[in-house]
Design a protein around this ligand. Sequence first.
Ligand code: ZN
Length: 160
Amino acid sequence: MQIAQNSVVAFHYTLTNDAGEVLDSSEGREPLTYLHGAGNIIPGLEKELEGRQSGDKLQVTVSPEEGYGETQPALVQEVPRDAFQGVENVEPGMQFQAQTQGGPLMVTVTNIEGDTVTVDGNHPLAGQKLNFDVEIAEVREASSEEIEHGHVHGEGGHQH
Ligand code: ZN
C-alpha cells in the first residue's frame, strides 16, 4: 500500500545535522507513527514520504523552511531572573512555557548573566538543514475516527 492522504504510516528514522551528528533516532524504540496529510510531521518530510510503501528506505534532506523554520532573532529575549518566580535554580537548558501575544511558547534558557536570563523561543532545530534516514515499517489506512481527529490511535498514537 502506497502512502497517500489519510494513510497511517509507521517509520524508523535517524536524524543527523550537516556535521553528521545524530540529533534524534527511533533506533531501539517503536517506529514513529503519524497520519499522512494531517500536518503531524514537518512538511519537508511528509512530502517525500508520499507514494512510498512499506519496506522503502530513503534519505530526505529538509531545509529550514520545510522543517522547523528559520531562526528568528526576535524570539531570543533577555528577561530578569525575577520573572522565574517559584523556580529555585534557573539553569541553561531548562525549558519553560512562556505566555506571549501569539499564545503559549516553549522557550529554552540559553544563558544567565547576573540577574539577566536569556531565553530562546526558537525550536531547537530551527535554522538547521535536517538529514533523515528513513525506513518505512508499516502503512495502513486510517479509520474514519482517526481522520476526524487528525491523529493516529492505538499503538504509537493517541490512547483515548
Ligand atoms: Zn483521537
